[in-house]
Design a binder for this molecule. Structure first.
Ligand SMILES: *Cc1c(COP(=O)(O)O)cnc(C)c1O
Length: 400
């Protein structure tokens, strides 16, 4: 049973705004009031005040990446996360490169789609919806196809929530003399990604994930030697990371109109991140969010797609209940009425839904999510949240 102090604790982080719902989605997500408040002022993109903000943004990110040898730089790029991924791929993969893409979900698929569109040679290890790519598979693939020069992996594959073993992938990639690029969009800021510990050429993330800013730009963190070597690689003028870097270094400005308000909000988000205790503390809060959520949902009879070992603290996939009284659309609506926006699943084989653990919320909010779920099940007349047998046999493949 929930006691009074737990219920009261919901205010410890604060309701989003008036009656606004919590976004239990992996970006855009629920941000702090102080972050949104920073967008009330207009900034001139050319002005020295804004140039100083851009400098702070870049150095703030670099202070989080554990790069004691100062080998990396940060290049922000306008647009949503996908723009930044495309910028990284197009700029850092030479035209004559061949890339091994490790795919286990929608974002891996998007990387494949991007490489096809921008004309970069590639091969794919497709693990389906949620099985992790492993080091030995990378080894086999490169042995079979020595033309492979680069490997791309998604850190946390947000479509299932799986935390991919990037340390193992990195070790194998460099032991074979190849180079690694990481899509750490939904992980950076909450999960450790230290350049001193994990070797890569570059990784990418965006303003509106674990740093808890608002959407509007992404950033590429890349080895300076890789940025220097990237001249003339890019297929696109506006997405050219090398050019953006060179101009930013020289003038302190973005090449084209920057998302000024988003940058102002992001600096506040970085400050909040630091005040909270940095990556470790943020990761701990999200982990607590996940644990409270998963425990509560399991008590209601729900099952997670992933077994403990692969479960990330970013987002959790639950199987839809087998009970014919369950309807996702109705469930979504009822949850929204309770103040929570959830996320449909993205699996191809079984029906599922997802609940994000990231954003300005804590375990007390997650307890409310479980209570709202319980009440939604009652309203729909769902007696048991148990998934169908087919879902469980799917999951056994993971353990195998
Ligand atoms: C959010 C996300 C992206 C970028 O998606 P956008 O909708 O373009 O912001 C890319 N990769 C992963 C793993 C993500 O979670």
């Amino acid at each position: 049973m929930e006691n009074e102090s737990d219920r009261a604790g919901i205010s410890s982080i604060g309701r989003p705004y008036m009656g606004d719902p919590y976004l239990l989605t992996p970006g855009p997500l629920t941000t702090a009031y102080s972050v949104r408040e920073k967008m009330l002022r207009d900034w001139g993109s050319w002005d020295s005040d804004f140039r100083e903000m851009t400098r702070q943004l870049r150095s703030g990110i670099l202070s989080l990446i554990g790069d004691s040898k100062d080998e990396f730089d940060c290049v922000p790029m306008q647009g949503s996360g996908t723009f930044a991924v495309e910028a990284m791929l197009g700029s850092l993969l030479p035209r004559e490169s061949k890339t091994l893409v490790l795919s286990n979900g929608a974002y891996g698929q998007r990387t494949v789609q991007t490489l096809a569109r921008i004309g970069r040679d590639h091969v794919v290890i497709d693990k389906g919806d949620y099985l992790p790519p492993r080091g030995h598979e990378v080894l086999d693939a490169i042995e079979k196809d020595p033309a492979i020069t680069h490997v791309v992996v998604v850190h946390c594959e947000t479509s299932s929530g799986i935390l991919n073993p990037i340390d193992e992938i990195s070790e194998t990639t460099y032991s074979m003399g190849r180079k690694l690029l990481i899509d750490s969009m939904s992980a950076f800021g909450a999960l450790p990604l230290e350049m001193d510990n994990i070797r890569c050429e570059a990784f990418v993330s965006s303003a509106n994930k674990c740093i808890e800013g608002v959407p509007g730009f992404g950033f590429i963190v890349a080895r300076k030697s890789a940025l220097e070597a990237a001249k003339d690689n890019c297929h696109s003028l506006s997405l050219d990371v090398h050019d953006q870097w060179v101009v930013m270094e020289k003038t302190g400005q973005w090449r084209y109109t920057p998302p000024t308000h988003v940058v102002a909000a992001f600096l506040e988000a970085l400050e909040q991140h630091c005040q909270e205790g940095g990556i470790a503390a943020r990761g701990a809060r999200y982990t607590k969010n996940r644990d409270v959520l998963v425990d509560g949902m399991r008590r209601l009879g729900f099952e997670t797609l992933l077994t403990e070992h692969w479960l990330s603290p970013i987002i959790v996939t639950f199987f839809n209940p087998a009970d014919p009284a369950f309807s996702f659309d109705r469930f979504y609506q009822l949850m929204k009425e309770s103040g929570f926006i959830i996320y449909p699943g993205k699996l191809t084989v079984v029906d599922s839904f997802r609940i994000g653990c990231i954003g300005q919320m804590d375990e007390h909010v997650m307890r409310e999510v479980v209570l709202a779920t319980e009440s939604a099940l009652k309203k729909m007349g769902v007696a048991s949240a148990q998934p169908p047998q087919s879902a469980l046999s799917e999951r056994r493949k993971l353990a195998a």
